[in-house]
Design a protein. Structure first.
Ligand code: LMR
Length: 398
C-alpha cells in the first residue's frame, strides 16, 4: 500500500505564489505588487539601520541561545505592549495587560484562534468581507464558526452601515476581528466615528474584539495608528490584540510578533496567560528569539528608538507619495478620478477595483504582479516608473 496515494495537491498560496512567479519573470520592466513587503527606491526590502545596529550589539553581547520562556522575552513583551497600548497605559501599570511573544503576527493569530477554540468553546468569529485570506483558514482550521461582516462591496467602497448592521446580528459572546489600521487587503480604514459606532455595538452585544495590528506606523503614524486599539483597551474590560513586527521593523523572515491580552482583573490575566503558554507549548514550544531580541534592543534604547521611528516615518511617507504619484500618472489616461481612492487608502495595500481578468492581463502583457482580487501592494511600486505602471493599467482598462 502506498500511504500517500490518496493525498491530493492543493493550490499554492495565492500571495506567496506571486513571489515565485515574479522571480521567474525575465522581463526587466516587471512590477512586484504582490506580497506585502515594503520596497525602497532601489526595489529592495531593506534591513532598517536601527535593526542592523541592534543586531551588531546582539552579536557582541548575546551569551546564550538557550530557550526563552513560554511567553518569550519579558523585556520584548513589556516594550511591545507599551508600543501598542501607550507608554502611560493604566492597564500596563496595573498589570492588567500582557504580551505573549509569537512567531510573527500570523503566530499570534494562530495562538488566538486556538485560545478561543479551547477556552471559549462555542464562540464564532466575524471577519471582514474581504479580509486577509489566512484569517479565513486560521480560524476555520481551529474549528471556529467563521461569519463575515460586509466591509467593502462590489462598488469598491467602504460600507460602514452594512458592517454595523451585520455586527448587530452577531450572537452575544462572539469574537469580532477588526483591522486596527491599513486594512488588508483593501486599504480602506474606519474613521474615528465609525470605530466609536463599532465599540458601541461591541459593548451592547457583549462581543469580544480581536484587533489585528500588523501595520503600526504605516497608516498615519505609530501613535495615530494605535488610536482605536487604545480606545477599545480603555473602554472594554477584555480585549485581544495581535501585533506584528514584520513590516514596521522590516523583520519579516525573523517571525516576530505578540498576542496581547487585556483583562479587567490582574489575577484573571494570569489565568488567561497560563492557557496561552500551554497552547503555545503545543504549537511551537517556545518562540524564536532573534527578531524579538532586536525589537527589545531598539525599543529599550532611546537613541536607537528615535532612529527607528525616523525610518518608519520615511517608509510611510514613501508609500503615501507613491499613492499620490500613481493617481497623478493615471491623469493623462483620464483615469485619475476612477482610481482616486488609491491616494486616500492607507498602508501598503490598495483594493484597486481591477477585476481578475484585468489582473491577468496586467501580468501577461506587462509583467505587473498583483493578487487576483485586484489587491496591489503600492509599497512595491517604483517611483521612477509610475508612468509605465499607469500606462499598463490604462491598457487593461480599455
Ligand atoms: C500580505 O498580505 O501580503 C502579507 O501579510 C504577507 C503574507 O504573509 O501574506
Amino acid at each position: 500500500m502506498m500511504h500517500f496515494a490518496a493525498i491530493a495537491r492543493v493550490p499554492g498560496d495565492p500571495i506567496l505564489g506571486l513571489m515565485e512567479a515574479y522571480a521567474r519573470d525575465g522581463n526587466p520592466a516587471k512590477f512586484d505588487l504582490g506580497v506585502g513587503v515594503f520596497k525602497d527606491a532601489q526595489g529592495l526590502t531593506p534591513i532598517p539601520a536601527a535593526v542592523k545596529q541592534a543586531e551588531q550589539r546582539l552579536v557582541e553581547r548575546q551569551a546564550t541561545k538557550s530557550y526563552v520562556g513560554g511567553h518569550g522575552d519579558a523585556a520584548f513583551g513589556r516594550l511591545v505592549s507599551e508600543l501598542v497600548l501607550g507608554s502611560d497605559s493604566t492597564l500596563l501599570k496595573s498589570q492588567r495587560a500582557g504580551a505573549t511573544q509569537t512567531p510573527g503576527g500570523t503566530g499570534a493569530l494562530r495562538l488566538a484562534a486556538e485560545f478561543i477554540a479551547h477556552c471559549l468553546p462555542g464562540r464564532g468569529i466575524w471577519l471582514s468581507d474581504p479580509t486577509w485570506p489566512i484569517h479565513e483558514t486560521i480560524f476555520a482550521g481551529a474549528g471556529l464558526k467563521v461569519s463575515h461582516y460586509p466591509y467593502v462591496g462590489a462598488d469598491n467602497r467602504l460600507n460602514v452601515d452594512a458592517m454595523l448592521a451585520a455586527l448587530e446580528q452577531a450572537p452575544e459572546g462572539d469574537v469580532v476581528l477588526l483591522h486596527a489600521c491599513c486594512h488588508n487587503p483593501t486599504g480602506f480604514d474606519l474613521g474615528r466615528d465609525d470605530w466609536r459606532a463599532v465599540l458601541d455595538i461591541v459593548k451592547r452585544r457583549n462581543l469580544l474584539p480581536l484587533i489585528d495590528f500588523a501595520y503600526q506606523g504605516f497608516g498615519d503614524g505609530l501613535e495615530e495608528d494605535a488610536w482605536a486599539v487604545r480606545l477599545f483597551a480603555a473602554e472594554l474590560p477584555e480585549l485581544l490584540i495581535t501585533s506584528s513586527c514584520s513590516k514596521n521593523f522590516g523583520l519579516y523572515r525573523e517571525r516576530t510578533g505578540a498576542l496581547l491580552v487585556c483583562s479587567h482583573d490582574a489575577d484573571k490575566l494570569q489565568d488567561v496567560r497560563s492557557q496561552l503558554a500551554f497552547i503555545a507549548r503545543n504549537l511551537w514550544s517556545t518562540p524564536p528569539d532573534h527578531g524579538a531580541a532586536v525589537v527589545a534592543e531598539i525599543l529599550g534604547d532611546p537613541a536607537l528608538k528615535a532612529l527607528w521611528i525616523e525610518e518608519v516615518n520615511a517608509m510611510r511617507q514613501r508609500i503615501a507619495e507613491l499613492r499620490v504619484g500613481l493617481v497623478k500618472a493615471l491623469e493623462p489616461h483620464g483615469l485619475a478620478g476612477r482610481f482616486a481612492h488609491i491616494a486616500a487608502q492607507r498602508g501598503m495595500f490598495s483594493y484597486t477595483g481591477l477585476n481578475p481578468e484585468q489582473v491577468r492581463l496586467l501580468r501577461e502583457r506587462h509583467s505587473v504582479y498583483m493578487v487576483g482580487t485586484g489587491r496591489a501592494n503600492i509599497a512595491g511600486a517604483d517611483a521612477k516608473r509610475l508612468e509605465q505602471l499607469a500606462a499598463a493599467v490604462a491598457d487593461v482598462c480599455r
